[in-house]
Write a protein that binds this ligand. Structure first.
Ligand SMILES: [Zn+2]
Length: 270
């Protein structure tokens, strides 16, 4: 097993990168989304979000977290689902929105002859007078071998789909609220025994002692954050983060979700 200090850092990094993934799923059309799309989308998707391994930078790390976790037996993709309504943001083949697998995994032969691998549900399915209609775009005839069986399976899944007004909604299955949180992912990683057990801290000899000491206090939640001080009845002028001022200053915020720490983690992941 990897050194627990490193595993701890990796879990924080994975959780942070996954948060970007969640945002990508939910912020289609925003400027940053368009930039990522224009740099990273390719005709042959390697991942469930557009990632070009030839492009250096933090986004490549984000694309790699899923295969990296898969090799540890943790299937990240299964934690992202979409509740499809108008079908305008949900990838038809790549997202998990019907059954427990993306259609590209269930029907790999059909996916190989799809012309537009990044098509959304609304590109392929639409309603007329309450009846679901289909609009395919194949490179070859899907009713020929070896595609026919898969095509029949796909048709039988599609006939139960209902397209209706309203935006598609991403759901994070790692928390009952359906909203992604770094905390919930860290909890899942811990459950999957990918993390070190609670309150057992192995010192990493690579680090200066004072850095290890801070990490140890982080693990135990023993840092004098505004939240911790207030809990001990120490008078503080404000509970807000002293760096960004946007959220309550908790250990998780300071080391994970604060804009400043996110920038630091991004630099580390580069
Ligand atoms: Zn902050």
């Amino acid at each position: 097993m990897a050194d627990s200090g490193l595993v701890f850092l990796r879990d924080i990094n994975v959780s942070l990168l996954t948060k970007r993934w969640w945002r990508f799923k939910n912020e289609k059309g925003k400027l940053w989304w368009n930039v990522i799309w224009s740099f990273h989308h390719s005709a042959k998707p390697l991942c469930y979000i557009p990632t070009k391994l030839s492009c250096a930078g933090p986004w490549r790390q984000i694309g790699k977290i899923s295969p990296d976790l898969n090799s540890d037996g943790f299937v990240l993709n299964k934690l992202f689902r979409t509740n499809v309504k108008n079908g305008e943001t949900n990838w038809f083949w790549l997202d998990m929105w019907v059954n427990d697998y993306p259609l590209c995994n269930r029907f790999p032969n059909l996916f190989s002859i799809e012309k537009s691998k990044w098509c959304v549900v609304a590109d392929r399915l639409y309603m007329i007078d309450g009846v679901i209609c289909r609009r395919w775009d194949w490179q070859r005839d899907p009713t020929s071998l070896p595609y026919f069986e898969e095509f029949r399976g796909l048709l039988s899944i599609c006939k139960h789909v209902i397209i209706r007004p309203g935006k598609d909604k991403s759901i994070w299955c790692g928390d009952h609220s359906g909203e992604f949180s770094v905390r919930s992912l860290k909890g899942l990683l811990l459950e999957m025994s990918l993390s070190r057990p609670d309150n057992v801290f192995e010192w990493n000899n690579w680090l200066p002692k004072k850095v290890g000491f801070v990490a140890w206090r982080v693990v135990l939640n023993r840092l004098p954050t505004m939240e911790a001080l207030a809990k001990r009845n120490i008078l503080v002028s404000s509970l807000d983060c002293s760096i960004c001022g946007k959220r309550m200053e908790t250990v998780d915020h300071v080391f994970i979700s604060c804009d400043f720490s996110q920038a630091v983690w991004c630099l580390i992941s580069q």
